[in-house]
Design a protein around this ligand. Structure first.
Ligand code: ACM
Length: 271
């Protein structure tokens, strides 16, 4: 089986949902004229930017989502192009649910919102305005491939990728706004120790909002279950690129004939 997957290294303009959405649509058009990916992954919070002072600012760029009816006004242009081109589109956004905000990621497949994940492990200032995610990790199928999503800082908890792998994920989609320089190397281990594909779409650039400032580390990548960096980008600049993978490679958990990654686990000794 073959799946072509594209990642986008992106720099949104803070608070400019409309402009960022249009930019994303333009990039998708560029991608599908030069390649043929079935899934396109954008970074964490790519529609709003990342550096908020307070909940009021966040409120202005947040919207609710419903996977029940599979529709969403704010995501309509992405839903339309996903339907027209029969592709999957995934990325991060600020989700509003009543008075609460979640740092979330969506997956739109062929014009339907088929998954929504709320970031489990919030990073630093995110704790001041987002709620810790309550969806837990989820696996969903699109195009006969089992996908899971985790968001940025979820990476530092090996339980995130482990849980998604134990649930059957073949490909982990990892939208990110990384500010620390470790994740890209850590994902190499996460991919090997779980024998899964991990696609990290990170953002670039510096974002300043009053006394708040973040610099993002780029280095978007896709790592294979054998620990190969099969797609890499450098630390700055906006790019898109795609690679063909065989997701079923992730179904073979044998490190050797006698050492199966999951069967050899000793849960009785773990905390
Ligand atoms: C992060 O979780 N955005 C660092």
């Amino acid at each position: 089986m073959q799946l072509e997957i594209a990642i986008v290294q992106f720099k949104p303009t803070l608070f400019d949902i409309k402009g960022n959405l249009q930019k994303a649509i333009n990039i998708i058009h560029e991608i599908i004229t030069s390649s043929n990916p079935k899934v396109i992954l954008f970074p964490e919070l790519f529609l709003s930017g990342y550096t908020f002072k307070d909940r009021k600012e966040l409120d202005a760029v947040s919207f609710p989502i419903s996977i029940q009816d599979g529709k969403n006004e704010s995501l309509a242009p992405l839903i339309d192009i996903s339907k027209k081109m029969s592709i999957g589109i995934s990325g991060g956004y600020s989700e509003k649910d009543g008075d609460l905000f979640y740092n979330s990621s969506f997956f739109i497949g062929d014009g339907q919102i088929i998954a929504n994940y709320r970031k489990t492990h919030l990073f630093h200032d995110e704790n001041d305005y987002f709620q810790p995610g309550d969806t837990g990790f989820q696996v969903f199928e699109y195009n006969n491939v089992k996908f899971g999503m985790m968001i940025c800082f979820d990476w530092i908890f090996p339980e995130s990728a482990r849980t998604l792998a134990l649930m059957g994920s073949e490909v982990i989609l990892h939208p990110a706004n990384l500010v620390l320089p470790f994740c890209q190397r850590a994902m190499y281990a996460r991919a090997i120790e779980n024998r899964v594909f991990i696609a990290t779409a990170n953002r670039v650039g510096k974002e300043v909002n009053g006394k708040y400032e973040n610099s993002f580390t780029g280095g978007s990548q896709i790592v294979s279950p054998r620990g190969e960096y099969i797609l890499t980008m450098n630390e700055d600049g906006e790019y898109f690129s795609s690679v063909k993978i065989d997701p079923t490679e992730a179904d073979d958990k044998n490190i050797t004939e006698k050492s199966n990654l999951f069967k050899a686990r000793r849960e009785e000794f773990y905390r």
